[in-house]
Design a protein around this ligand. Sequence first.
Ligand SMILES: Nc1ncnc2c1ncn2[C@@H]1O[C@H](COP(=O)(O)OP(=O)(O)OP(=O)(O)O)[C@@H](O)[C@H]1O
Ligand SMILES: [Mg+2]
Length: 365
Amino acid sequence: MILDWNSGKFGFNAANDSDVPVEDRYQLLIDAVPDYAIFMLDDAGRVASWNSGVQKIKGYTPEEIIGRHFSIFYTPEDVAADKPGRELALATAPGRAEDRGWRVRRDGSRFWADVTITAVYDSSGALVGFAKITRDMTERMRLAELEHANELSTQMQAAREDEQRRIARELHDDLGQQLTALKMGVAALEQQIVPGATNAPQRQIDNMLASLRRIAADLRPPMLDDLGLGAALEWLTDDFTQRFHVKVALRLAVDDSAVTPFASATIYRIVQEALTNVARHAQASEVTIDMSNDAHGWRLGIEDNGRGTLVEEACAPGSLGLLGMRERVRQLRGTLTIDSAPGMGFRIVAHIPLGGIRLAATSPD
Ligand SMILES: Nc1ncnc2c1ncn2[C@@H]1O[C@H](COP(=O)(O)OP(=O)(O)OP(=O)(O)O)[C@@H](O)[C@H]1O
Ligand SMILES: [Mg+2]
């Protein structure tokens, strides 16, 4: 490889029979990889050549950068610590230095770079300079961070479900048994003290038991574990109709035997939140819940005939219910759409791929 210090361009001195000079062809080649900033540094670390990626990634034009020391790309902290000098020394000793870290663009903004510096020698073994390849990894790093955050939130959700299941069991099995025993004791005492007394204390205990069962079922519907998603949704919708006098048509056309506990709990919570919204906002007389599947995944639709709203208003920041629903669907790798208009009811449709239906998030990997 030769380097024309005047033009600042790379080249090979191999013979060829094309009309395009080899140097130009080489420049064309390295210009064709705009996602990498590729340059040559002289032996003192000054920029001697460039490709189009330099402008794209670092924001400098060739005129601005040729002849400048490459430490201009480093953060002030790294320059103070002489990182550029150490990297050149490292590139010279074993012949190559690799680094990942923050670098600075012309406008002062920072990007996360993947950098390789390789020492280049001529045929007599004398150091000519350094080839430096920089790749902007900022976007990729952000994506990795997002993926990590997503995984964390899925695991937190799974941990919360586990904890709720535990509390629900304790409430039901422990406190529930004790209340039942107390009721029997009170009944016996009443008969001893005032034979034929009204059984008001017993009724109070019955009410306590009913509240306790409701709290436990809200935390974790027992039938979700014992009978599966379909039965749990039937219980939820019946309970909703009784409490709010809104008819619910529940159409389940899915085989729920393949759904994992995490996916069932997630789908259950989505329907629960949607019904809570119907009770709070819709003034509806009827809700239709449709769950069906095809070869790709499940479709869950929840639609009411209430007053509806503008979708932009429903999705305004600060409303956590719809946001939580979206998050839950995303955890199952699905998508959620909302459709509504004033006077036209409210419809939520979730598409969940089969991979999400079979997702077991309770086992952290
Ligand atoms: N079924 C519905 N019919 C009409 N409007 C609805 C319906 N569901 C939601 N909305 C509208 O969308 C908004 C956002 O709902 P979201 O569940 O996110 O928040 P919220 O119910 O107001 O509060 P929370 O965070 O406690 O759930 C509601 O405030 C309401 O205006
Ligand atoms: Mg809500």
